[in-house]
Design a protein around this ligand. Structure first.
Ligand SMILES: *Cc1c(COP(=O)(O)O)cnc(C)c1O
Length: 489
């Protein structure tokens, strides 16, 4: 099976401390079942503060809206409601959840595809609506008129930005209106002046590319100027999310892994995956083809640092000045909608080991977990990261024997129910009853894909917080920020 290749998770102080409390984690999983999602609401407030520090450094104002779709947790949302952050909701249920968690309407923005009920509640409650098209604007205006609702604040979502003079690969999106058709949107805003108030323009690009996002932000500044020349008075740019997360502790491990994966695809070393899966790479006549379909799991410029770098990008069509300086000069508010980045380090997923079986002649093991692939969707998002073993009988009890390569299978009777196709190297042979802890799963990996296949339960959620040197917990839905340390009192 070759030399062990590790991809150790990056663990902040809270997750490290939590994983050093295996007694509590076993107790919780015994009581509430496997899989179990454990959330750390205090971390989201710390992550918010990091984004705020970038605003302060650039003297910028504006709101941080948490993209709710990254996690359905109540404790995270309620903890965030206790800060001054906002929330970006993309469905009727998310809007109801946000209102119920204590977000006033001026702290909520409604984005994404909307049905009439969602649009009505958004308008009735007075939240800002991110509008994707002229059709949606007409629909919203009709609702406001028909139900005699107050004027609704809107952001116009744009897409299809192009850098001046350059033929740029501008990403096609099914959301937002092409920026070259912005005039039609602005005409509609003028037509519906009695029912909607334009407060800004927006984009959300699902890319890691800084230049693509800088081009979009620059394009938005140009559209805002056009608005002013028409006598409209929008004053915000909402640049969406996609700030990213750094999942891995060590850059060398990531580089070594991806290099070795290429070698394995070429047949120059034993496979690193189940049945030689190449994560998008394949060998053709002795060379590697295809594109690696993985999240860049070691990503030092992520989260608030990515925002900082974006703001430092120059705007060629606006005198080449940095975007931050332009925002400040025009006194525009900068709104952001981080999902994944705001829940970085906010949770773990625990899974019980059910079965350990020798497999093949290479010393590899099949490990079956009380967990379905959909319950812990890091693989779905292309994030490769080692789980942490929490032995049943206490940490370190089985350190001898050395690392083992394992294939992690889920609990469905389906060949494809694999937790990851990667051969995972654990520090010791696991035993039934042990827990595997998957770190940093709060962003999209906990509940976005989870379902009830085979009548198996979806994971429960608990919230945990530190109180005087020890961890306390409650069910996620029981958590309210009623005491400084969270929990019930
Ligand atoms: C999904 C989404 C986000 C959050 O994206 P992340 O990559 O999780 O930061 C923000 N805004 C909109 C409109 C989205 O659809």
């Amino acid at each position: 099976m070759g030399r062990p290749l590790h991809l150790e998770p990056r663990l902040g102080a809270r997750l490290r401390s939590l994983l050093q409390s295996p007694g509590l984690l076993h107790l919780l999983t015994d009581a509430l079942g496997s899989p179990l999602n454990v959330l750390v609401p205090d971390q989201i407030a710390e992550n918010l503060e990091r984004f705020r520090s970038v605003y302060r450094r650039h003297h910028l104002s504006g709101q941080v809206f948490f993209a709710h779709k990254a996690n359905r947790s109540s404790s995270l949302l309620r903890r965030l409601a206790a800060t001054d952050a906002g929330v970006d909701v993309a469905s009727l249920g998310e809007l109801q959840h946000a209102l119920g968690a204590g977000f006033a309407s001026d702290r909520i923005v409604a984005t994404g595809p909307k049905n009439p009920q969602f649009l009505w509640l958004a308008a009735r409650a007075g939240v800002t609506v991110g509008v994707d098209s002229v059709g949606e604007l007409d629909q919203l205006a009709g609702l406001v008129r028909g139900h005699a609702l107050p004027r609704v604040r809107v952001l116009l979502r744009l897409s299809g930005f192009e850098a001046a003079g350059v033929r740029v690969l501008s990403r096609r999106s099914r959301f937002g209106s092409p920026v070259r058709e912005a005039d039609r949107l602005l005409e509609a805003v003028e037509r519906h002046r009695d029912t909607v108030e334009l407060t800004g323009v927006a984009y959300h690009l699902d890319t890691t590319s800084l230049t693509e996002k800088a081009t979009a932000l620059e394009g938005c500044l140009t559209v805002l100027e056009e608005c002013r020349s028409r006598g409209l008075r929008p004053r915000a740019v909402d640049i969406g999310g996609g700030f990213g997360v750094n999942y891995l502790a060590h850059q060398e491990q990531w580089e070594r892994y991806t290099t070795q994966l290429t070698e394995a695809v070429l047949g120059r070393r034993p496979p690193l995956t189940w049945q030689g899966h190449g994560y998008g790479l394949r060998a053709e006549g002795g060379t590697v083809r295809g594109a690696l379909g993985l999240y860049p799991a070691h990503r030092p410029v992520a989260g608030e640092r990515y925002l900082d770098e974006l703001l430092a990008q120059p705007a060629p069509s606006l005198g080449g000045r940095p975007l931050a300086a332009l925002l400040l000069e025009y006194l525009y508010d900068l709104h952001i909608e981080p999902g994944r980045a705001l829940v970085d380090q906010c949770g773990i997923t625990l899974a019980r080991v059910l079965e350990v079986r020798d497999f093949g002649t290479g010393g590899e093991l099949l490990v079956r977990l009380a967990l379905k692939a959909d319950d812990m969707a890091l693989e779905e998002h292309g994030v490769l990261m080692d789980p942490v073993v929490l032995p049943r009988d206490g940490a370190g009890a089985r350190a001898e024997g050395g690392p083992v390569g394992v294939h992690l299978f889920g609990s469905l009777c389906l060949e494809t129910d694999m937790i990851t196709r990667r051969t995972v190297f654990l520090p010791c042979r696991p035993e039934p009853g042990d827990l595997l802890a998957f770190a940093n799963t709060a962003g999209y990996a906990m509940d976005f894909h989870a379902g009830h296949a085979q009548h198996q339960p979806v994971a429960r959620k608990v919230a945990v917080w530190e109180d005087g040197g020890s961890w306390r917990w409650s069910l996620d839905e029981q958590y309210w920020p009623t005491t400084p340390s969270g929990g019930q009192q």
